[in-house]
Unconditional design. Structure first.
Length: 759
């Protein structure tokens, strides 16, 4: 650790106010240990796992009562328990166990007694099993259960029944479930832990609980912290501080950050962990020394990166600059169409001469026309076309606009099943050709790295996107960072900005108002009537806005414009909660559109109707599922529901996707979706609630993104003050990234050439 790094951390620490004294550390009082044999189970609640056991302890003449949470235990089993002696006001002396360990039988009598619990196993069969495997019988059931077929009289079905019972009741998985129950955690976590760590899962649970949050999907810091606290890990334990600081970055990632300023990291850490700055400073120093974090910059500009994001930014920067700086064949330009603007011609010429080109501009400025002319040019030069976009809907729009096959980035790179790895990567690059990425503002850092590092200097890359839209949902600000770096002197990446509006002649008031937003001007509604495209309806209260939008979506728009209310009318919300949020709109419209249709409700989640799915419902996939090739943002319709089996079938892009109960958590109703989730999509008609209660989200790029999703009709419903506030806030929510600096750094190493600015 250098002195400079230490001083920077101390500077950040001094920026924080004195923290309140937090709860002290320590590992609690020592537990007592008892050992004995279960005489009988007095009481056992299957749901809570609360048990009252009568146990004959070693050294005790009479039986002793043990109470605590555990799975059912067979009578006669030897056990060891850790806990505290206490006195019940009615039942007297008892041992309250925090942990209990059921010992495996090692004698012939004990093993036979265990085997008789298994389905289909009677005395004769139990004896045959023991005679075959002896004292290793239970080890065989753990590790080589297929060897049961060696026993006379055991067939495939009997073996499967025995194995299922063993794994669920007495095998390593059951032991793990018991330990989770004792720690007051859901036993359902056992399967995830066992799948990740195998037989070492229990040791990992007890020995390194904070690693679980980083290595096991579905276990976050809060869950790991609860486990650690139940195990007696103190609030000031170094492993807790370090894990909490890493979790601070995970929270920052949800806001799109790839890094955090030191002072911000300290603030979040104090809020999350309740510990003073000096303990957090020690944790930062440990993580820096271990290489988990990397500190860059000085003073208030110092940024702390998780190493994987720093490496991803370096990968993107190097791939882009190497591709842009490589010598490419100058494509011969024949006469271009007369209707192209000067900026459009400049864009086509830039692609003909350079390895990487960025094309940006708002709606109606002719980006699609440029792409079509670039594709024609590439085909004349026998170039392979690789067209893609971050989402399926955006890819479909690109395909419709160009007449050429377009894929999602995931499908272009050929995602490989459950692993999530790509077939095309740095070691196995894509076929050489022209790569066009539409809606590139939606590229987050991870997806950009995967795509760009799967390309070589021989490729040509055209990034097409609207830099004024919202950035990606995932971490990074890739398109904006590339444009800022490419606009610096010496950059080899041309940036072509289109500003002339071509579709204005069509009388598109939607496009006109979108550009008014960018210029900070007041929006203008069309005159009342069926021919209008853009309208604003006042509704200052959330309940009133909710009622107006539901009526417009379900009745007025379908009546006046002849649009299908389920498939062609989309509500876009700044937030999920509240009466003007996605959850409330989805619940209301589901009750209108699919009332009485076959339905399935998730049994473990009862928070609201958005967890209920009916035939005919419009739904959205909210996370990537590589195994079934459905991705975050894909929209489909429920076509079949089997309530008994808990099966739901959704048609997405013409394919039937089957969902089991454990997979339904990835689905949400999509009559209303967030504005962020709408990126890359277009809808015939959209409705946007905008109220002062959305003040945290009200920014110019949010409103601009929402309005530009509409093809035929856009209706704003809300408070004029909220609209004015959104237009006035031109500052996009700042994201902490380092990609721009890294591109500039690679350019300075390799040298660069040209920046193009065109209107």
């Amino acid at each position: 650790m250098t002195i400079a790094v230490g001083e920077r951390i101390e500077d950040a620490s001094r920026q924080m106010s004195e923290a309140q004294s937090a709860e002290g550390g320590g590992r609690g009082t020592a537990l007592s240990e008892v050992e004995g044999r279960l005489m009988r189970s007095v009481y056992h609640d299957a749901e809570s796992r609360y048990s009252v056991l009568r146990v004959q302890l070693e050294g005790e003449l009479a039986g002793v009562t043990l109470v605590g949470r555990h799975r059912a235990i067979e009578e006669g089993a030897k056990l060891r328990a850790w806990g505290h002696w206490g006195a019940h006001p009615t039942h007297g002396r008892q041992f309250e166990f925090e942990r209990i360990e059921v010992q495996r039988p090692t004698t012939e009598a004990g093993i036979l007694r265990r085997l008789l619990r298994y389905p289909g196993v009677r005395e004769v069969m139990a004896q045959r099993i023991f005679d075959t495997f002896g004292e290793l019988t239970l080890d065989v059931l753990d590790k080589q259960p297929e060897r049961l077929l060696e026993v006379e009289g055991i067939g495939q079905k009997t073996m499967e029944r025995i194995v299922e019972f063993h794994s669920s009741r007495v095998g390593p998985l059951a032991v793990l479930e018991n330990r989770l129950i004792e720690l007051d955690m859901s036993p359902r976590l056992a399967e995830r832990l066992f799948r990740r760590y195998g037989e070492a899962a229990k040791d990992m649970l007890e020995g390194q609980p904070y690693r679980l949050s980083r290595e096991v999907k579905g276990i976050g810091f809060a869950t790991a912290d609860r486990i650690a606290r139940a195990l007696g890990v103190g609030l000031d334990a170094p492993e807790r501080i370090d894990a909490g600081l890493v979790h601070a970055f995970e929270r920052a990632e949800r806001d799109g950050h790839c890094a955090l300023p030191l002072a911000e990291l300290m603030r979040i850490g104090m809020q999350l962990l309740g510990r003073p700055p000096d303990e957090l400073q020690g944790g930062i120093e440990r993580l820096l020394e271990a290489g988990d974090l990397v500190l860059e910059g000085e003073g208030e500009r110092a940024l702390c990166f998780v190493r994987e994001y720093l490496q991803a930014e370096l990968g993107v920067a190097q791939a882009l600059v190497e591709m842009a700086s490589a010598a490419h064949e100058q494509w011969t330009l024949s006469a271009l169409p007369d209707h192209l603007s000067e900026g459009q011609v400049e864009a086509v010429e830039a692609v003909a001469a350079h390895g990487v080109v960025v094309l940006t501009g708002g709606p109606g400025t002719g980006k699609s026309t440029v792409v079509r002319n670039v594709i024609e040019l590439a085909l004349r030069h026998d170039q392979e076309l690789l067209l893609c976009a971050p989402t399926g809907r955006a890819a479909k729009r690109l395909e419709q606009a160009t007449g050429q096959e377009a894929k999602t980035v995931h499908r272009l790179l050929e995602i490989q099943g459950e692993s999530g790895e790509f077939f095309y990567n740095a070691n196995n690059p894509l076929p050489v050709g022209l790569v066009v990425v539409d809606e590139s503002s939606m590229l987050d850092l991870a997806l950009a790295e995967a795509l760009f590092t799967a390309m070589t200097p021989e490729h040509r890359l055209l990034l097409v996107g609207d830099a004024d839209q919202l950035p990606s949902v995932g971490p990074g600000n890739v398109l904006r960072d590339i444009i800022e770096a490419a606009s610096r002197e010496g950059s080899p990446i041309p940036v072509v900005r289109l500003a002339r509006i071509f579709r204005q002649a069509d009388g598109s008031s939607i496009i006109e108002n979108a550009h008014r937003i960018l210029q900070g001007e007041t929006l203008v509604s069309d005159a009342a009537g069926a021919g209008g495209q853009f309208f604003f309806t006042r509704a200052s209260e959330a309940q009133r806005a909710h009622e107006v939008i539901v009526k417009l979506a379900a009745e007025r728009i379908p009546e006046v414009y002849g649009l299908d209310p389920v498939d062609e009318v989309q509500i876009l919300c700044p937030m999920h909660k509240g009466q003007a949020g996605t959850d409330a709109f989805n619940a209301a419209l589901q009750d209108i559109y699919t009332a009485g249709a076959p339905e399935y409700s998730l049994p473990s989640l009862t928070r609201g109707p958005h967890r209920r799915f009916r035939v005919g419902d419009r739904v959205m996939q909210t996370r990537n599922d590589y195994q079934r090739s459905v991705f975050n943002g894909d929209i489909g319709k429920v076509t079949h529901v089997d309530p008994d089996a808990g099966e739901v079938i959704v048609e997405i892009d013409g394919a039937a996707v089957r969902y089991e109960p454990k997979e339904l958590g990835a689905l949400r109703l999509a009559y209303a979706i967030s504005i962020h989730k709408s990126q890359g999509s277009e809808f015939p008609a959209i409705l946007i609630p905008l109220l002062t209660e959305h003040h945290v989200m009200l920014r110019r790029n949010l409103l601009y993104t929402a309005i530009t999703r509409a093809k035929q009709l856009c209706l704003l419903v809300g408070d004029p003050r909220a609209v004015d506030r959104a237009i006035a806030r031109a500052d996009a929510a700042r994201r902490h990234t380092g990609l721009r600096r890294r591109i500039e750094g690679v350019v300075s190493e390799l040298g660069g050439a040209l920046v193009v600015e065109a209107l």
